[in-house]
Design a binder for this molecule. Sequence first.
Ligand SMILES: [Zn+2]
Length: 451
Amino acid sequence: MLKGKVNSEVTDVLYGANLFALIKKDGGIRPIAVGSTYRRLAAKSCCKAVSDKLSAYFQPIQLGFGSRCGCEATVHALRSFISKKEGEVVLKVDVRNAFNSVDRGALLTQVREKTPELYNFVWQCYSTRSKLLFKNNLLFSSVGCQQGDPLGPALFSLAIHPVLEAMTSWKTACPNADLPIIRHSQHQWDEPLCRLVRDNLIETSTSTTERARLLAAASWESGSWLQALPSKNLGTLLSTNTLRFSLCLRLGVACVAPHQCQCGTSVSRFGLHGLSCSRSVGRLSRHASLNDILRRALVTAGAPAVLEPPGLARDDGKRPDGMTLVPWKMGRPLVWDATCVDTLAASHLPGTSNRAGAAANSAEHLKRRKYAAIDSSFMFEPFGVETLGPWGSGAHSIFKELAKRLVDATGDKKAGTYLAQRIGIAVQRGNAASLLGTLPQGTDLEPIFYL
Ligand SMILES: [Zn+2]
C-alpha cells in the first residue's frame, strides 16, 4: 500500500468508504464516512513516520498536526497575547467544511515536495475520485481529504501551509500595508513590496544624483517609453545607440569611455554632461519632436493646432511653441510652450533629489512668468519635461485633458498611454543625441560604448 501499488481492482473498496447519515440536534444530517481498517492502519503508520518532520515544518504557524499539546499551546499563547494587551483584536475563524474542501492538486503537490516518502500511498488514495457508498447509492468524492482518514490533519495542514507562510512573510515584509482587497490580484500583493524596495533604494542612495535618478525613475511617466511596442512603422523603434544610452541613464550605469566634449568639458563614463551641455545637439530635435507630438495629438483629438503661431509674441518677443485654432477650455484656445530640462544638472539637483519633477516644475514656472502678459482670451500652459522622464504639473494637466479627448475621439482606451509613450521616446531620442553630440566628429562608436 505504501508503495502505491495496490491492484486497481480493489482500490475502490480499500480507499473508498461507507457512509452513515446521523441526525443532528438541529435536524440536519451529519454524514460519517467509515474507511477500511487496512487503509486507516497504513495512514496511521504514515502519520507516525512524518510527525516530527512535519511538526518542525508547521511550527509556529500551525499547531494542528504533530505538535504535542498544540491546543494548549494555542490557548496559552492567546491568553498571554491578551494579557499583554499587545493587540486590539483576536479573531477566531472556523472554516466551514475545511478538510472536505481543500484542493487535491494542492494537497498532492505539497506531499510530493515535503513528504515524498508518503507520496505513492497518498497519490493512490487521492489521485482519482473516491467512491462513497450510502446504502445502495454510490457517491463520488473528488475534493478534500476523506473523512476519517488519519492523515487528514497532516494533508490539510500541508495543503494550506504555503498560503499561510506567504501571508506571514508578506505581513512581516510590509507590516503597515493592508491585505489586498482583491486577493487574487498579483498586482495588489506585489505593489507594497515594490514600494518598500523603492523607498529603501532611495533612502540608502549615496549621492544626490543617485537619489534624483531613483525619484525620477519611480514616476510613472518616466517609464512609459519602456512599454512602447517597438515598431518602425509607428515610429516607436529606438535605435541601438538610443536604447543603450536610455537604459544606462535610467539604471545609472556607465555607458561611455571617459572623453572630452567638443565644448572642452570632461565627460565621465556616465556621459551625463551631454544632457546639460550648452552645445547639446539633441535639445533642438527633442523640442521639435515634443511640439510635433503635441500638435498631432491635438489634431487627432479634434483640436486643430499650429506651431509657432504669429501675432502672439511673449515679453521677450519670441513666439510660443503652439496654439490650438479652436477653444480648448472655458472658450479659450490653448497656447503651449514645451521645454525639456536636465534632471541631473547641478543647478537642478537640490530640487530633483527631493521631489520627482522639481526641475520640470521650476522650468514651467519660468515659462508662466514669461507669458504673464499674454492676452487673457488665451489659455497658456507650459509643457515641462525632464531628461530622466518626469513631467511638470502643466504637462500633466495638458496630458490629462488631451488623453481623455483622444480616448473619446479614437475609441481606443489606450490612446492616452500611447501618447505618453511617444513623449517618452522623444525625450530618450533627444538624450541619446545629446550624449552622442559630446563625441568628436567621425568617432568610431563601438570602442567607446561600455555596453
Ligand atoms: Zn559639452
